[in-house]
Write a protein that binds this ligand. Structure first.
Ligand SMILES: Nc1ncnc2c1ncn2[C@@H]1O[C@H](COP(=O)(O)OP(=O)(O)OP(=O)(O)O)[C@@H](O)[C@H]1O
Length: 335
């Protein structure tokens, strides 16, 4: 069984204008040691997916259905969605831990960085002594590339990159099985960003942890993810291993997303544009949500919603007319 199995997850935000359908039927699986990248434009619901999985919803976030099966230490399959809150707490941090967007600001400025992580460890492992917790923090500092002497310092004495490393150490402190990293490095300059991502990947492999990376940048995601899910307007439109996503993107949105940004490496390519704006999630289009912006859409796409289905092994696509190489080559010259 997969470590994590998310099935038809739905969560909508209640607003004065109606319901924002931010998570609208998301399904995927994640094995031990595997990494999944979730990519999509701002506002498509990436953060909402992880918040729904962890059940950290704001007051107006309404769970609307689905399951989040997690394999616990005893090999039991637990649906996190159905657990009472006090049970769920055992799975946050120890089961699934999260590195939030702008996580660097999540360190408390008035406490020493080391003490904050010691406290997290003692909360989840009350049987540990302070010395044992400190020893663990020192190990984690080494692991994320921080000098353990810095445990005695306050957050303002850290650079942005160092704070980010400390937050990663915090996320690792309870030995989670899955880490969800939501744009973990966007506040950092590109070089530091790249370095930290690569190091996170190494740590993930070393500890055989599963990882979910969230980013709007498909190039960043590709570097660290075994498989990639492309999200559009509250839904996954395509999911496959990273190589397949790049070599054989079948959903028009994936194809356009990959060809809409200049690449710093590789051949020079003509840039394609994605016309229009993402839909308003209060009232998404009734057929395929991408149809109004899709250069390949037909009347059927505007009327009927395509099923998200496995087209070839491990390759899921929600499109009435999955792209072939021929269509893509043609489009590169003619769009
Ligand atoms: N508390 C809330 N109440 C109402 N709508 C919300 C709330 N939080 C988010 N939304 C809306 O839900 C949708 C999904 O937001 P979400 O932050 O999950 O997207 P995202 O893909 O993570 O975006 P970004 O990359 O900008 O973080 C957006 O339309 C957003 O405006």
């Amino acid at each position: 069984m997969a470590l994590l199995e998310v099935k038809d997850l739905k969560m909508h935000y209640k607003t004065k204008m109606g319901y924002v359908k931010a998570v609208d039927g998301i399904s995927f699986t994640l094995d031990r040691g595997e990494s999944l990248g979730i990519v999509g434009e701002s506002g498509c619901g990436k953060t909402s997916v992880s918040m729904t999985m962890l059940r950290l919803l704001p007051e107006n976030g309404e769970f609307r259905g689905g399951s989040v099966f997690f394999e616990d230490d005893n090999g039991r399959k637990v649906d996190l969605v159905s657990l009472p809150e006090n049970e769920m707490r055992k799975y946050r941090w120890k089961g699934l831990a999260m590195v939030f967007q702008a996580a660097m600001n999540s360190l408390n400025p008035v406490y020493k960085v080391g003490d904050q992580i010691v406290e997290a460890i003692l909360t989840h492992y009350p049987e540990k002594t302070i010395d044992e917790a400190k020893e663990k923090v020192a190990e984690l500092f080494e692991l994320v590339g921080l000098d353990p002497k810095r445990m005695e310092q306050y957050p303002h004495q850290y650079s942005g990159g160092m704070k980010q490393r400390a937050v990663i150490a915090l996320a690792l402190s309870c030995d989670p099985k899955v880490i969800i990293a939501d744009e973990p490095t966007t506040a950092l300059d590109v070089i530091v960003q790249d370095k930290i991502l690569k190091e996170m990947k190494k740590i993930q492999e070393k500890l055989n942890m599963a990882m979910i990376y969230i980013s709007h940048d498909i190039a960043v995601i590709a570097e660290v993810s075994d498989k990639i899910a492309v999200m559009y307007a509250g839904k996954f439109v395509e999911l496959a291993d990273s190589i397949t996503i790049f070599k054989n993107p079948m959903h028009p949105y994936t194809f356009l997303l990959m060809n809409a940004f200049p690449s710093t490496i590789g051949e020079k390519k003509k840039l394609l544009t994605i016309p229009g704006e993402p839909p308003n999630l209060l009232n998404p289009p009734k057929g395929c949500r991408f149809a109004p912006r899709c250069p390949f859409a037909t009347e059927k796409c505007k009327e009927e919603e395509p099923e998200y289905r496995e087209i070839e092994k491990g390759h899921y696509v929600a499109c009435w007319y999955p792209l072939t190489k021929e269509v893509r080559d043609n489009a590169k010259n003619n769009l």
